[in-house]
Write a protein that binds this ligand. Structure first.
Ligand code: GLA
Length: 389
C-alpha cells in the first residue's frame, strides 16, 4: 500500500511539474480505540496511527508561490504566501490553513510545488484532514528548515483547522499523526500533551468497518457538542471550585452536582467523565494483557456515545452490535466524531475472517450494501520518507 502511494506521489509530481521532487513526506490517519470527545475537554484518548496516510511529494520554489495538485481529485490550486488568501471552501484550505498558522507563529515559508495523494478515506472518522495538515506542515518544516517539535507542529495544525478551516476539533488527530508508533497505541493526556506508548499485544488485530455513511451535519453537530460541554463547565464551576474543563470533574462531583445541569448537558458531561475513567482503566488492562477488559470498555464507550453523547447512528449501532456477537472479538465501538463513518473492533487475529463475514452479512441484510472491512496496522507517525536525488 505504502509503496504504491510513494510511487504515485513521485510519478504524479514528475507528470505535473516535469522534474523530480526533492522530498517525500508521509503522515498517517488514525483510528481511536477509546476516549471519544474527551480531547477538547482536556481528557484522555487512546488512538493508533494507522497504515493509511497522506503523502506529499514536494520541491521548494525560488518565489513565494505554492502550486498544489490533489492527485486523487485531479484538481489544482495555486496561492501566494504573501499574503495568504482567506479560506475558499475547498480542499486546499488545509494546506493554506497550515501555511497561515505557520506564518502566524512567525515562521518564514518557502514557496513550493507539491502533489498530494492519500488513502485515508474522507469523512470516515479516520482523520483524513489531520493527515493532510500534518503532511503539509512537515513538508514546510523540512523545506524551510523550521525548528518545530512534533507537539508544536500538531498544535499549529490544530490551529489551522480551528481558526482557518473553522472546525473546532481537539488535538487528538494531529497528535496521533505526529507521534504514531508502529505496534503501539498512544495514551494522550490532552491537558498536558504528554504521550505514552502502549504496546498492542501480539495476535490482536484492529479491524475497521466503514458504514460508508457520511453526514453533512457532522461539523455543526460537532461544534454544538463542544459548546454544550463548555456550558456544562460554566455551571459546574459554581459548585466545584477550580473546574476549568470536564477533565476536572469526578464521578462523585457529578453525583452531587449534576442535578444543577439541564438533562442534555448532564448526559454530555456524564459521557466525558466516564470516558476519561474508561481510557485509564483500559490502558492498565492493555498493559496487563486483559483484552476482555479493554473490549468491555469499548462496548460501554459505544453505549455512552449512543445514549449520552448521541452521536451514533443506526448504521454504526448495527455494525457495533454485530461485532459484539462474534467469538474472538473482544469489543467494538464507533470511532471518531460519530454521526457516520466507522466502527473499530479489537479481535483475535484468527477471528478476523469470521468477523468480516458476519459484519458484511448483517449490514447487507439491513441496509442493502456492504460495509468496507479492513485490518489496520499501527504505524509510525509523520516522517520524511526519502529525499529524491
Ligand atoms: C474528531 C476531532 C477530534 C476528536 C474526535 C472525537 O476526530 O477532530 O479532535 O474530538 O472527533 O473524539
Amino acid at each position: 500500500m505504502d509503496e504504491r502511494l510513494f510511487q504515485a506521489a513521485v510519478d504524479g509530481f514528475r507528470a505535473h511539474f516535469g522534474y523530480d521532487p526533492a522530498l517525500l513526506v508521509r503522515a498517517p490517519g488514525r483510528v481511536n480505540l477509546l476516549g471519544e470527545h474527551t480531547d477538547y475537554n482536556e481528557g484522555f484518548v487512546l488512538p493508533v496511527a494507522v497504515d493509511r496516510a497522506a503523502w506529499v511529494a514536494a520541491s521548494p520554489r525560488p518565489d513565494s508561490t505554492v502550486r498544489l495538485v490533489a492527485l486523487d481529485m485531479g484538481t489544482e490550486a495555486t496561492f501566494p504566501l504573501d499574503p495568504i488568501p482567506p479560506r475558499q471552501g475547498d480542499w486546499a484550505d488545509y494546506p493554506r490553513g497550515v501555511a497561515w498558522a505557520l506564518a502566524g507563529a512567525g515562521f518564514s515559508l518557502a514557496g513550493m510545488d507539491a502533489v498530494l495523494t492519500s488513502d485515508v478515506p474522507i469523512g470516515a472518522g479516520l482523520s483524513s484532514s489531520a493527515a493532510v495538515e500534518v503532511a503539509f506542515a512537515w513538508t514546510w518544516k523540512e523545506l524551510s528548515g523550521l525548528p518545530l517539535e512534533r507537539t508544536e507542529l500538531a498544535l499549529l495544525c490544530q490551529r489551522a483547522e480551528n481558526e482557518y478551516v473553522g472546525v473546532r476539533c481537539g488535538i487528538m488527530d494531529q497528535m496521533a499523526s505526529v507521534w504514531g508508533r508502529a505496534g503501539h497505541a498512544l495514551l494522550l493526556d490532552c491537558r498536558t500533551l504528554a504521550v505514552e506508548t502502549v504496546p498492542i499485544p501480539p495476535g490482536v488485530a484492529i479491524v475497521v468497518a466503514d458504514t460508508l455513511v457520511r453526514r453533512e451535519l457532522a461539523a455543526s453537530e460537532y461544534n454544538r457538542r463542544r459548546q454544550e460541554c463548555e456550558e456544562a463547565v460554566q455551571i459546574l464551576a459554581d459548585y466545584i471550585p477550580g473546574t476549568r474543563a470536564l477533565r476536572d470533574v469526578s464521578l462523585e462531583d457529578l453525583d452531587r452536582f449534576g442535578g444543577h445541569l439541564p438533562p442534555t448537558l448532564l448526559r454530555r458531561a456524564r459521557h466525558v467523565v466516564r470516558s476519561n475513567i474508561r481510557v485509564l482503566w483500559a490502558v492498565a488492562a492493555f498493559r496487563a494483557g486483559d483484552l476482555a477488559a479493554v473490549g468491555k470498555a469499548m462496548k460501554y464507550s459505544h453505549l455512552s456515545l449512543r445514549d449520552d453523547y448521541q452521536v451514533s447512528s443506526p448504521e454504526l449501532d448495527t455494525l457495533a452490535e454485530a461485532a459484539w456477537e462474534v467469538p474472538g472479538c473482544w469489543g467494538a465501538r464507533l470511532t471518531g466524531a460519530g454521526f457516520g463513518g466507522c466502527i473499530v473492533a479489537l479481535v483475535a487475529e484468527e477471528a478476523v475472517p469470521e468477523l468480516a463475514r458476519h459484519l458484511e452479512e448483517v449490514y447487507q441484510a439491513r441496509f442493502g450494501r456492504r460495509p468496507t472491512v479492513t485490518v489496520c496496522r499501527a504505524s509510525d507517525g509523520a516522517q520524511s520518507v526519502k529525499r529524491a536525488t
